[in-house]
Each structure stands twice: as structure tokens, then as C-alpha cells.
Design a protein around this ligand. Structure first.
Ligand code: NAG
Ligand code: NAG
Ligand code: NAG
Ligand code: NAG
Ligand code: NAG
Ligand code: NAG
Length: 668
């Protein structure tokens, strides 16, 4: 052996032991070393994850290709190999031209019989996928074999799975397009899913050409089971079929950009339908159609469908089988909720349905009886909070909480947006005296919609799921079950920011995080403080000046009852009726008031003033907040005499302030 031969042998030995990462580094060296490249055919094989390599060796065509031809080979990691249960198609992993990651075109022909294509997706974040498998970027290796042919190996995280034909198939099925796929579905391995109904609708609507169209598209095909509702198949017309196709884009689930709406083939002036992919926390993949512009036959709204068999490659793209046709809105809100019965149609709201049924199911009857209804349905995850566990046993309270999620109206995002144009939209719920507050931030697909109810600020994670009699919006928290302290609430609620600010600089807020206490806090909303600005301009200004913080603090103290339990508005009305008046303990002395209910609204009578309660019963972990329309402010708090507005206590405070300022000046 020459010395370079020895070097080569040593390098090869090293390579055998090397991990992928190290191998990748070494491969750079190999490329530079012209002598070594003489024996690359061999070393190339040795770099390969061993499990796949043994498959290559056993396949004469693959083996010969590696020895003789230029090629790109996609090699699954040992781990991916182990995970995979089906049979391995080595030639599906090879294309007979060399492509570095940068050179990979949108699709390449595999070396399998019929040369079915492999689809390449390059994501925004730089990830590259071959069908559903991701190329592990640092592990690609490029070499020249003994014959002087360039070869590239990419390591991938999943075995590539071609369309798979049943053993007893009578037709010779070779690289079918989506239409042939539909026609020969019975001879394919599709986990016993059948596609007859949809296929006959495609034929009936004469839409074969959509499925035969050359190129690379994404086809969503509802399985037969999804047409159990007998009238449903009749609703699959030509437009609906178009809505199940994403032209000129191939989307494999692992490579899909979640919640990134793509225009479907049904996207024109009078009907606009987008389709997007998303994943639930439990790992299940869904597609949703959003009919943005509808017509008489195709209602606006979102339809969700679970993908029951994903990523079936065909000659002109990829097929996903789905559990429900898109675009078709033919169930009521009640039907929709019922469909979540145990591992039902899709699991996303299974918990919500269970809670309703555990509560006795009357809530569902109520929903059924509403001609127009919108539900804010907490996701499965939302129910996974410790505080909820305890509440579930309290049937009455739970019923109230459930009712807080129901609106007697058809309320989609467009409508919320209109209501929300200049202010936070307020919407009554089925639970008496509980309102929901919506806020929309951002535009289009970036819009974030939050909803507040009973002290909880939840985000809509799936909006506008359309039903015949209304909408379902999936939210990330259960409304009415507190999860923050009074302080946390003040800090984050956009309506309470003035009261929060005032309490911050006067250190009044410090106590509000104490979870040993039970606070009842009457919080003037920002608009309320703004009104005092009109009524008492100079007083208002001073309330927000740190120099007068003692004064602000004493005013805030008046708004805060501290006791061993909270006072809901209902409690206060009841006490008022019994005693004519309620006296609540505050830090210094007490707060005297009366509360009445007028036309479903609460009104506080304090010092002969009537103050509306804008948002009653905002529950917190250590108390309850009632948002009021005006502060508990007396004339004598704000009497203007020579520019001053002093009460007895505030005189002391301001004197104290003046003394401090003077002392500070003297000391300086
Ligand atoms: C595979 O190729 C190697 C190297 O060219 C050769 O030694 C081996 O016999 C081949 N195996 C088969 C099954 O063809
Ligand atoms: C629902 O409505 C029907 C008739 O409209 C009525 O008979 C039934 O009592 C209602 N159920 C509930 C729970 O309100
Ligand atoms: C619920 O929470 C527990 C622990 O907090 C966690 O183990 C479990 O996976 C969660 N369940 C869901 C559905 O998120
Ligand atoms: C809600 O209010 C309506 C009308 O004010 C009343 O008829 C109904 O009994 C109330 N429901 C509850 C649960 O208090
Ligand atoms: C929910 O909280 C966020 C963040 O504090 C806030 O921007 C949003 O306006 C709140 N939503 C509602 C409806 O109050
Ligand atoms: C309030 O208490 C919670 C824990 O109970 C803590 O996470 C939070 O930071 C506290 N907030 C402030 C402003 O101190």
C-alpha cells in the first residue's frame, strides 16, 4: 500500500466508527482529497446509516446505481428506519442525477418502476423536505465515485413511502395521477378507507380534468364515512370539488406551514375559498376550508376536517384523505358538539362536550333551542387547569360558567370586527348579567381576537367554524374560571389601565397580589376617569401626579373592600334589598352603598350618585372586580378653592408632601 492508500484505509476505518455529524465533517475532507475520491463508492456506502445500507446492498439496481451512476440518494436515519413498519422501497429513495440541497428542483423522478416523482419543499425557515421527510442539513455528503460520477447523499428523518398497491391488485398500477388514484382506490392500501361517494360526485360533476391535470397539486378527498348524512353527498357540486384542490402547490403535512391559507381552485370573483393545514396539540393534523366570499349555495365560514390518511404521493401531486368534506355547512351547532362524543369526528372539543354532559346536558338542550347561536368553545387543553377540577363538581356554578360561553346571535369575526370598530365590543351571554368583551388586533390572517368573560381573557385559536345556525369559535381558556390575581387582572386589562397606573405610583397595588385576602374592588374604567377630567380638570390632573399619590391612594382605598370573602353583584343586590344599604369593610373605615338591578344592569347608588356597573363580577383568584363607569368621587374631594380641591385627609397629605419637598430642598 502507498502511504496515501494507508491514509485512505485509516480514514475509512475512522469513518466506520464515526457518528453522522463527524462523518459529515470528514466528508468535506474526502471531497478535497483527490486520491481518496478514487474509492468513494465504498466510503459513500460506509457513511450510510447501516440499516438502510443493508437494503441498498440487497437491491441489485440500487447497488449498481451507486457503483456506476450519478445519483442522489435520500437515506433515512436508523431511527426513522426502526420507527417505520411497512416495506422499504429503496429505489423510491434514489434519483439518477446528483443534486446538492441548493440544486434540488421542485420535484425529481425516483428510480422506482414508473418513476413516480418525489416532491421537494423548501420552507421559509430554510428546512428542505422530500415528500414528508426533512433533510437533516448538516449531514449531506457529496462525492465522485470510481466512474467519475457525482453522487449526493441526503440524510432524512423519515422513510419515504410511495403509493402502495394491494398485493392482489388486478390492474398494473404504475405512478397513477389523482384521477387514476380515485378510480383504482379499491386496489390501493388505504387503511380500508373507501372513496366511492366522492368519486361518483366527481364523475357526476364532470370534474375529472381537475384530477388529471398535469403538474403538482394538493388533493383533499373525503372518505365514504363522511357522507353518513344522506343529504350531504348531494351538496358536493363542482365548486365544492374545486374547493378540495390546491392547485400548483404540493403540501405534505410535515412540511406544511400551519395556518397559512392557500387559495383553492374555488377562488374567483363570486366565490373565494382558502384551505390551510394545522395541527392540534395531540398531534392530529387537520385541514380547514374558509369560504371568505360565499354565495347562495356555499355559505361563508370555516369547516374543519381531520386528515385520516395523509401524504399519499401521486403523479400530479399529493392526496390526503379527510374525515369530512370541506365547505359543506350542513350541521347545527348541537350536531357539531355531539360529533365530539368519544374520539368522535374530530377530538378538538371532546372535553367541552363531556363537561356539558356531566353537567346534566341541559346546556345542550338550551343550545338546540336557540335559532341563532354562537359558542366560544374551550379547547381540550383549556380544561386542563387545576382550578377547574374543583368547579366541575359544583353543578350550579358550572352551569353558569357554561352559559357564559353561549351567545344568542350569529357572531363571526367580521361582525365582531364591526362591533369593535371604535371600542371593545360588548356582547350579552345566555348567563344573565354576564357579558363578553371582544378585542380584535391586527388584520387578515394575522388578526388576534381576544375575548374576556368573567375575568378570563382568552384568545380565539380557531375562529368562525360555521354551522347552519351559527358559529363556533375555539378558545384557549375556560371563561369565568379565574387564573390571575386582582393585580394581574388590573395589569393586563386594557379597560383598567388608569386605575392600575394610579395604584402603581401610590403603591396601593402592592397589596393586590396577596392571595391570602379576598378583595372586592370597584374599578373605575378608563372612560370613567376620563369623565372626571371633564368634570374636574385640575383634580383629575393631580390624581395622576405622583406628588399627590397619598391623595390618589386614599381615593382608591375607598374602592376596595377587604374581607374574608368576595361580594358578587348578586350578593350586593340581595343585601341592599334586605337592609336598604350595604356597608363594606375597607382599609381605613368602610364603604356604604346600595346596589340595584335595572333592566338587567347593575347600578350602584353611592352618596346620592348613580353609577353604572359596566362589567360586574370579573373574578380573580384572590377577589372580584366590578368595573364601574365613574369613580366613587365626592364633591368635597374635588372642591375647587384657590386651585385646591382638598378633603381633610388630603390636606394632611398635601401638607406632608409640602413639608417633605421643603425638607428635601433644605437638605440640598
Ligand atoms: C453491490 O456492489 C458491490 C460493490 O460494487 C459489490 O461488491 C456487491 O457484490 C454488489 N452486491 C450485489 C447484491 O449486487
Ligand atoms: C325547546 O323548545 C321546545 C319547543 O320550542 C320546548 O318544547 C322545549 O321545552 C324547549 N326546551 C328547553 C330546554 O327550553
Ligand atoms: C394536563 O396537565 C397535566 C399536568 O399538568 C399533563 O401531564 C397532561 O399532559 C395535560 N393534558 C393535556 C391534554 O394537555
Ligand atoms: C335571567 O333573566 C331572565 C329575564 O330577566 C329571567 O326570566 C330568568 O329567570 C333569569 N335566569 C336566571 C338563571 O336567573
Ligand atoms: C386581553 O388581554 C390582552 C393583553 O393584555 C389585551 O390586549 C386585550 O385587549 C384583552 N382583551 C380583552 C377583550 O379585554
Ligand atoms: C403576583 O404573584 C404572582 C405569583 O402568585 C407572581 O408570579 C407575580 O409576579 C406577582 N406580581 C407582582 C407584580 O408582584
Amino acid at each position: 500500500m502507498t502511504s496515501s492508500g494507508l491514509r485512505a484505509a485509516a480514514a475509512l476505518l475512522l469513518l466506520c466508527a464515526a457518528t453522522f455529524a463527524a462523518a459529515a465533517e470528514l466528508s468535506d475532507k474526502l471531497r478535497d482529497d483527490s486520491e481518496l475520491s478514487q474509492s468513494t463508492a465504498k466510503s459513500f456506502r460506509r457513511l450510510m446509516p447501516v440499516r438502510f445500507y443493508s437494503q441498498v446492498e440487497q437491491n441489485p439496481i440500487a447497488n449498481a446505481t451507486l457503483t456506476l451512476r450519478s445519483c442522489t440518494i435520500f437515506v433515512p436515519t436508523n431511527e426513522a428506519f426502526q420507527r417505520y413498519k411497512g416495506s422499504i422501497h429503496v429505489l423510491y429513495h434514489i434519483t439518477t442525477a446528483a443534486f446538492s440541497k441548493e440544486q434540488l428542483p421542485k420535484s425529481v423522478s425516483s428510480d422506482m418502476d414508473g418513476n413516480p416523482p418525489l416532491y421537494i419543499t423548501k420552507n421559509r425557515n430554510g428546512d428542505i423536505y422530500v415528500n414528508n421527510a426533512r433533510i437533516i442539513p448538516s449531514l449531506s455528503v457529496e462525492m465522485t465515485n470510481r466512474e467519475g460520477k457525482r453522487q449526493v447523499m441526503h440524510i432524512i428523518d423519515e422513510v419515504l413511502q410511495p403509493l402502495s398497491v394491494q398485493k392482489n391488485a388486478k390492474d398494473n398500477i404504475n405512478n397513477p395521477d389523482a384521477m387514476q388514484f380515485l378510480q383504482m382506490a379499491e386496489q390501493l392500501e388505504l387503511n380500508d378507507f373507501h372513496l366511492r361517494t366522492y368519486r361518483s360526485q366527481v364523475t357526476l360533476a364532470k370534474k375529472e380534468s381537475v384530477y388529471q391535470s398535469p403538474g403538482a397539486h394538493t388533493f383533499l378527498i373525503p372518505i365514504d364515512e363522511s357522507f353518513k348524512l344522506s343529504a350531504r353527498s348531494g351538496l358536493v357540486d363542482a365548486k365544492v370539488i374545486d374547493g378540495h384542490v390546491i392547485p400548483n402547490t404540493v403540501i405534505f403535512t410535515a412540511a406544511s406551514q400551519h395556518d397559512d391559507p392557500k387559495t383553492s381552485a374555488a377562488f374567483e370573483d363570486l366565490l373565494k375559498v382558502t384551505v390551510s393545514f394545522f395541527k392540534q396539540k395531540d398531534g392530529k393534523m387537520y385541514v380547514k376550508s374558509n369560504t371568505i366570499v360565499g354565495d347562495a349555495k356555499h355559505r361563508e365560514g370555516v369547516v374543519l376536517a381531520e386528515i385520516v390518511k395523509a401524504n399519499i404521493p401521486v403523479q400530479n401531486g399529493v392526496v390526503h384523505l379527510i374525515h369530512r368534506p370541506l365547505m359543506i355547512i350542513d350541521t347545527t351547532v348541537t350536531d357539531f358538539l355531539k360529533s365530539f362524543k368519544e374520539n368522535g369526528e374530530n377530538g378538538a372539543l371532546r372535553k367541552f362536550y363531556e363537561v356539558i354532559m356531566d353537567n346534566g346536558g341541559e346546556v345542550l338542550d338550551d343550545i338546540t333551542n336557540l335559532s341563532e347561536v354562537t359558542i366560544l368553545a374551550p379547547s381540550n387543553d383549556a380544561w386542563n387547569a387545576s382550578l377547574i377540577e374543583n368547579l366541575l363538581r359544583n353543578r350550579k356554578k358550572m352551569r353558569e360558567i357554561l352559559n357564559m360561553h353561549i351567545i344568542r346571535d350569529r357572531l363571526n369575526v367580521d361582525k365582531i370586527r364591526q362591533k369593535n370598530a371604535n371600542m371593545i365590543a360588548q356582547v350579552p351571554t345566555v348567563n344573565n348579567n354576564t357579558f363578553l368583551y371582544f378585542n380584535v388586533k391586527g388584520e387578515g390572517t394575522d388578526a388576534v381576537i381576544t375575548v374576556e368573560g368573567g375575568g378570563v381573557n382568552a384568545t380565539i385559536i380557531q375562529a368562525d367554524v360555521a354551522q347552519t345556525n351559527g358559529y363556533v369559535h375555539i378558545i384557549d381558556r375556560v371563561l369565568g374560571v379565574p387564573h390571575t390575581t386582582v393585580l394581574g387582572k388590573l395589569e393586563s386589562d386594557p379597560m383598567m389601565s388608569d386605575t392600575y397606573k394610579m395604584g402603581q405610583f401610590s403603591h396601593f397595588n402592592d397589596q393586590l397580589n396577596n392571595t391570602q385576602r379576598r378583595f372586592t374592588y370597584f374599578v373605575p374604567r378608563d372612560k370613567g376617569w376620563q369623565k372626571t377630567e371633564l368634570d374636574y380638570p385640575s383634580a383629575h390632573k393631580k390624581l395622576f401626579m405622583p406628588d399627590f399619590s397619598y391623595h390618589s391612594k386614599s381615593i382608591l382605598e375607598r374602592h376596595l373592600a377587604i374581607a374574608d370573602h368576595v361580594f358578587t353583584m348578586k350578593d350586593l343586590v340581595q343585601y341592599s334589598e334586605q337592609a336598604g344599604n350595604v356597608v363594606l369593610p375597607t382599609f381605613r373605615d368602610s364603604l356604604q352603598l346600595r346596589v340595584e338591578e335595572e333592566a338587567g344592569r347593575y347600578v350602584i347608588i353611592w352618596n346620592y350618585k348613580k353609577i353604572n356597573v359596566y362589567r360586574p363580577d370579573v373574578e380573580c383568584t384572590n377577589g372580584i372586580i366590578h368595573v364601574i363607569d365613574y369613580p366613587l368621587l365626592e364633591e368635597k374631594d374635588v372642591v375647587v378653592s384657590g386651585g385646591s380641591y382638598l378633603t381633610e385627609s388630603s390636606i394632611c397629605i398635601i401638607l406632608a408632601n409640602l413639608i417633605m419637598i421643603t425638607v428635601a430642598k433644605i437638605l440640598n
